[in-house]
Design a protein around this ligand. Structure first.
Ligand code: AMP
Length: 207
């Protein structure tokens, strides 16, 4: 099963992706995670991406598309994959379609997780992640409830950057909802509910 997860930053894509990979044993492709790893490792790619990410802007299409193309060549994606945070622009969506056709693959479902902007701002300002295992929690977690690791706040979750990320989402990424609706691949889910309720709806849509 090949899935695209759409939604504003903080809509819950990462949380739902973690549940989906556990349920369906498919590969998780998060462009945000790949880029953050490159920034941390201070690779050429990371150094190029960092300024965009720090400002809440999108990393150029050419860079991100190359990353995803390479990742799709890896063996673990053959059993299925979840694209989390990609595509984010019309160009990325079109290139993804043609790349998948070339590989003899296709998207089975696009899930758009919808949450109001005000809720997102609140969620992101209190979002905290585990440095060790990547668990996504919030400011109430003194340490990671899964592994006991240290929790930290992403630089781009600071309020001044969040507003820009939401503007970028509205302008560049939200139009993709119509793109996938047109292709009859879209399932829209209200993401302003408990995690397990959202997940149950997603599973029903994938059944
Ligand atoms: P995320 O973890 O998905 O919220 O992504 C964090 C940041 O990485 C974004 O704000 C962008 O700067 C960059 N990024 C992630 N995915 C993409 C993408 N598909 N296209 C362009 N930039 C991206």
């Amino acid at each position: 099963m090949n899935i695209v997860l759409l939604g504003a930053p903080g809509a819950g894509k990462g949380t739902q992706a973690a549940k989906l990979i556990a349920e369906y044993d498919i590969a998780h492709i998060s462009t945000g995670d790949i880029l953050r790893a490159a920034v941390k490792a201070q690779t050429v790619l990371g150094l190029e991406a960092k300024t965009y990410m720090d400002n809440g802007e999108l990393v150029p299409d050419s860079v991100v598309i190359e990353l995803v193309k390479e990742r799709l060549q890896e063996k673990d994606t053959e059993k299925g994959f979840i694209l989390d945070g990609f595509p984010r622009t019309a160009t990325q969506a079109v290139v993804l379609d043609s790349e998948l056709i070339e590989m003899g693959r296709a998207i089975d479902k696009t899930i758009a997780i919808l949450v109001d902007a005000e809720v997102i701002v609140e969620r992101l300002s209190s979002r905290r992640l585990c440095r060790a295992c990547g668990y996504i929690g919030n400011a109430a977690d003194a340490c990671c409830p899964t592994c006991g690791g240290e929790m930290y706040q992403r630089d781009d979750d600071k309020p001044e950057t969040v507003r820009n990320r939401l503007d970028v989402y509205e302008k560049s990424t939200a139009p993709l909802i119509d793109y996938y609706r047109g292709a009859e691949l879209l399932f829209e889910v209200d993401g302003d509910r408990p995690v397990d309720e959202v997940f149950a709806d997603i599973k029903r849509a994938l059944a």
